[in-house]
Unconditional design. Structure first.
Length: 248
């Protein structure tokens, strides 16, 4: 049984159909890429999975439990947490204190929470900035802080919403290595990403949305050769570049 099951999820905002009958599974221990053009419904789907929205119809199951109508807090306690496309750390608080917020989801013991927070800070390579105010960090560092805070909740599923957007090429490479190391810890990842050269080589499976609907699902090798995906998202030149990067 998949760790996360999305079944015919539809999300409407009045007459706007943001997601329509989206269905796919997230297998435990895998990295699944969720891609598609701007406005495809990726972040809306994230909001449905993580409890910020309740779908208009359809079902979402986490480890066999129906979480379709569960709150974000309830879903986080079960073990599914997410980051946000636009990061909003608590600017006047330190890196450590920001991360402690995540750790306190599992324990009220300050010593235990501090140990968990420091482990996550080190995993995200922020140990030299532990006492700096979050507002003084670069965008790349803030994105790593958001990942550290999410990891401090000790999740089973980590959902990353464009964690590499706005980063330098060096920071992107570091983020890719961090994502792989998180997977190696046994955490399952669902990743929304527009930087295809970063996500395609590490994803076990890719789900493609367009206009709120799933248009393709499969291994990266298949996705970059899918004519519907090429037309809707990649374009011929970019698809060729991905293939030349030895993804096919």
């Amino acid at each position: 049984m998949a760790l996360l099951e999305i079944r015919e999820v539809t999300m409407k905002f009045g007459s706007l159909m943001a997601n329509r009958d989206v269905t796919f599974d997230l297998e435990e221990g895998s990295i699944v890429g969720l891609i598609g053009p701007n406005g495809a419904g990726k972040t809306t789907l994230f909001n449905c999975i993580s409890g910020y929205y309740t779908p208009s119809s359809g079902k979402i199951f986490f480890d066999g439990k129906d979480i379709t109508s569960s709150s974000a807090n309830e879903i986080a306690k079960l073990g599914a947490v997410r980051t946000f496309q636009v990061v909003h750390p608590l600017k006047e608080m330190s890196v450590l204190d920001n991360t402690l917020i995540g750790a306190f989801l599992r324990t009220s013991n300050v010593k235990e929470a501090s140990e968990v927070a420091m482990e996550c800070i080190k995993a995200c390579h922020l140990e030299e900035m532990v006492h700096r105010k979050a507002g003084t960090l670069t965008i790349g560092q803030k994105k790593r802080l958001e990942m550290a805070r999410a990891l401090a909740t000790q999740p089973r599923i980590l959902m990353l919403d464009e964690a590499m957007a706005g980063l330098t090429s060096t920071e992107v490479r570091a983020s890719v290595e961090l994502i792989k190391s998180i997977r190696d810890q046994g955490i399952t990842l669902l990743v929304v990403e527009h930087i295809m050269e970063a996500i395609m080589p590490i994803a076990d499976k890719v789900v493609v949305l367009d206009g709120g609907e799933k248009i393709a699902e499969g291994p990266p090798k298949e996705i970059i050769n899918d004519e519907m995906v090429i037309t809707a998202y990649f374009g011929e030149k970019f698809a060729k570049r991905l293939k030349e990067a030895k993804l096919s």
